[in-house]
Design a binder for this molecule. Structure first.
Ligand code: NAP
Length: 454
């Protein structure tokens, strides 16, 4: 029996697990956190429960007798890459892109200027971010970036308390968002309306927010050529619709402002907290590769605001010993085979965002993982997998239990899940998330003591 370790219990990890189990591998899935599902739990916006229901597919995978989950195990801290390679024929890295791109402009780290990574993880109850504080006692926020994460941020700031009340937004964030004074969000794109990376349902959803008018200056759409791409063409139609609307006098507003690149986050007061954003006004030029590129016109403007959230894409974090492409912020790989200067590294694979970059929707990871697993299985056929010294599963649980104080198994996660759901039920919420590692361990371990089979 061949054995694989998958590092990361998000969508790409689960799709890889499913495909490997079907190929009769035994699969141990590891996650640094005590809970599975990665970005489905900590990335997908709380008001998108339908998207989160994909976890039912992953739960089915976890029922397979060849599957085990080990939560609370940090690669590089509790276990090393070499120790995994000693125990498994294949190790699949599916741990995602955990940090964010930086703008590299003055004032980026002022109080009141934050990354999407922080804000999203905070409202979603990621334990590492539960104690972050965001000063939402400001009227205007600027969200930098024109992707779906930027839309999520803008929407979460604008949702009315009763729209948030039925979600699984972390309790600490629910309280802060309810009390927030933010009434205006400027969504800032460095390129034009036809280049925005939004998808159609997400852009359309902004127009359906109960207390928020969506503002688009019609002049920004003048002379914009029809894009070839259907999503972008439809985006343009939605933006035209917004531009034609007469504001309904709602209490809150989201303004989409294009062709603006951040130059400096301005601050004042003793702590230098954010008071505005200085931006360059751009024009579009066609680059050598045919893409539209933003070029500064030389004109500038300042947008007064008290909060800046930058949402300009995520990047991976290097892990000791695993070849890393610094420029792209990804594991060095060819089609999912991890590679160093000498070619493929035997028994090591990558899947999901840490393989291809932070793009696509959850389902995109299914194909991405399938491509990786196809190569892994071809290597198995060619006898090119790893050659572990201890290839049987005896002792893995004891090995981990001895070095990971808060190890949570699948049975432990099921106990956490049931407990969170029971907390949410009286308020009609899907769950109330536990955000403290000690709480998660307490609930998860109590169950694991009863059953250590998974
Ligand atoms: P994204 O779609 O790649 O968007 C990143 C945005 O940041 C782009 O508008 C990009 O502009 C801009 N940007 C990059 N560098 C910049 C800079 N230096 N200055 C100003 N702007 C800059 O990334 P994302 O929003 O983080 O989303 C990641 C993936 O998750 C996407 O595939 C997204 O669709 C997906 N997602 C899906 C959902 C959903 O389905 N509901 C929700 C959230 C996320 P340029 O185009 O000019 O580079």
């Amino acid at each position: 029996m061949k054995r694989a370790a998958i590092i990361g219990a998000g969508p790409s990890g689960f799709y890889a697990a499913d495909q490997l189990l079907k190929a009769e591998f035994e699969v141990d899935m590891y996650d640094a956190l005590h809970t599975p599902f990665g970005l489905v739990r900590f990335g997908v916006a709380p008001d998108h429960p339908k998207i989160k229901s994909v976890t039912r597919v992953y739960e089915k995978t976890a029922q397979h007798p060849g599957f085990r989950f080990f939560g609370g195990v940090r690669l590089g801290e509790h276990v090393t890459r070499c120790e995994l390679l000693e125990r498994y024929h294949a190790v699949v890295y599916a741990y995602g892109t955990m940090t964010d791109n930086r703008l590299g402009i003055p004032g980026e780290d002022r109080p009141g200027s934050h990354s999407a990574t922080e804000f999203v993880a905070w409202y979603n109850g990621h334990p590492d971010y539960a104690d972050r504080r965001f000063d939402l006692d400001r009227e205007r926020a600027v969200v930098i970036g024109n992707g779906n994460v930027a839309i999520d941020l803008a929407r979460m700031l604008m949702l009315a308390p009763d729209e948030l009340a039925s979600t699984d937004t972390a309790d600490h964030a629910l309280g802060a968002l309810r009390a927030a004074s933010v009434t205006d969000v400027v969504l800032l794109g460095r390129r034009g309306p036809a280049e925005a990376a939004f998808t159609n349902p997400e852009l359309r959803e902004l127009g359906a927010l109960a207390r928020t008018d969506v503002l688009v200056d019609p002049a920004q759409l003048d002379g914009v050529a029809e894009p070839d791409d259907a999503t972008r063409r439809r985006n343009l139609e939605i933006l035209r619709d917004y531009a034609c609307r007469t504001p309904g006098g709602r209490t809150h507003r989201i303004e989409l402002r294009f062709l603006r690149s951040p130059l400096e986050v301005l601050g004042d007061g003793e702590d230098g907290r954010v008071r505005g954003l200085r931006v360059a006004i751009n024009r579009l030029v066609t680059a050598a590769d045919g893409r539209m590129r933003a070029e500064p016109t030389g004109e500038e403007e300042t947008i007064e605001c008290g909060l800046v959230l930058r949402s300009i894409g995520y990047r991976g974090v290097p892990v000791e010993g695993i070849p890393f492409d610094e420029r792209r912020g990804l594991i060095r790989n060819e089609g999912g085979r991890v590679c160093d200067d000498d070619g493929p590294c035997r028994g090591e694979y990558a899947a999901g965002w840490i393989k291809r970059g932070p793009s696509g929707v959850i389902g995109t990871n299914k194909k991405c993982s399938a491509d990786t697993v196809a190569r892994l299985l071809a290597d198995a056929d060619a006898d090119k997998l790893g050659d572990p010294a201890a290839p049987d599963d005896a002792g893995v649980l004891e090995w981990l239990d001895a070095r990971v104080p808060g190890l949570v198994t699948w049975a432990g996660w099921q106990a956490i899940d049931a407990y969170e759901r029971s907390l949410g039920e009286p308020a009609g919420r899907p769950r109330v998330k536990l955000v403290r590692p000690e709480q998660l361990i307490e609930v998860g371990r109590a169950e694991a003591k009863k059953c250590t089979c998974k």
